[in-house]
Design a protein around this ligand. Structure first.
Ligand code: ADP
Ligand code: MG
Ligand code: MG
Length: 249
């Protein structure tokens, strides 16, 4: 069954049309990568699916796990299993990571009719996921992302993904600002958390290097607000070698 079915999606940002008839389907068990030139609309797609204010849908449809995505409030999308990871994770001074993660998890569990995890159960889960991403538990006691390096923020975001255990993750330039070692750790973390038969990932990336660790089943090129080319993992290598202009010519 398709986890995400985007059909002919159009939108505007500040009255400017950005997505211009974008169609894309992700089935459970699949990892898709979206690449594309600067300003193509990649982040706009992620924000629009997340329901960020200011990203106005003007046409088309999106079905998430059998439901109309645009009928759901952003927190309902998250509770239904949609996770978004952003290029610049937000800092939340005054709120510890552990507090933030536990509240996020338990509010999602509540929306699904599940009991909250106890403090002990939650700490066990957090330790396991932090270990997976090589993030020290001490980092989880600090305020969310405050004073974290770029790499620590990305690891932290992947710990968050591990704890929330979403059905679908849309990751926007999760590889930006990572050094080689962090890239491998984050890549392996994504695989460990999301490479499962009932989950799917949409990986938005400028560069092929993350795809050395997270092998995509499909690669798409987004240009001018729509998917203009699709292929297998080889397409990313071809793009890296020859550039967008050459491949899209
Ligand atoms: P990408 O992530 O592919 O580099 P974006 O989705 O960030 O591209 O941007 C797509 C286009 O939308 C760009 O032309 C950008 O200038 C424009 N855009 C994005 N956000 C805004 C905004 N808040 N106001 C006006 N234009 C925007
Ligand atoms: Mg960009
Ligand atoms: Mg972007």
């Amino acid at each position: 069954m398709s986890l995400l079915r985007i059909e002919n999606l159009t939108n505007t940002v500040a009255d400017k049309p950005i997505l211009k008839g974008l169609s894309l389907t992700l089935n459970a068990g699949e990892i898709h990568a979206i690449m594309g030139p600067n300003g193509a609309g990649k982040s706009t797609l992620a924000y629009t699916l997340g329901g960020r204010p200011g990203y106005e849908v003007t046409g088309g449809s999106v079905e998430f796990d059998g439901q109309d995505l645009f009928d759901m409030e952003p927190h309902e999308r998250a509770a239904a299993g949609l996770f978004l990871g952003f290029q610049y994770p937000v800092e939340i001074p005054g709120v510890s990571n552990l507090q933030f993660l536990r509240e996020s998890l338990n509010s999602q569990r509540k929306a699904r009719g599940l009991d909250p995890l106890s403090g002990g159960e939650f700490i066990k889960l957090a330790k396991e996921k932090a270990g997976l991403l090589g993030l020290d538990m001490e980092m989880l006691k600090r305020p969310v992302n405050v004073g974290f390096s770029g790499g620590e923020k990305k690891r932290n975001e992947m710990v968050q993904m591990g704890i929330l255990d979403p059905k679908l993750a849309i990751l926007d330039e999760t590889d930006s600002g990572l050094d080689i070692d962090a890239l491998r750790v984050v890549g392996e973390g994504i695989n460990a958390i999301m490479r499962k038969p009932d989950k799917a990932v949409l990986l938005i990336t400028h560069y092929q290097r993350l795809l050395d660790y997270v092998k995509p089943d499909f690669v798409h090129v987004l240009a001018g607000g729509r998917i203009v080319k699709s292929g297998g993992a080889d397409l990313a290598l071809e793009l890296e070698r020859e550039g967008y202009a050459e491949v899209l010519a």
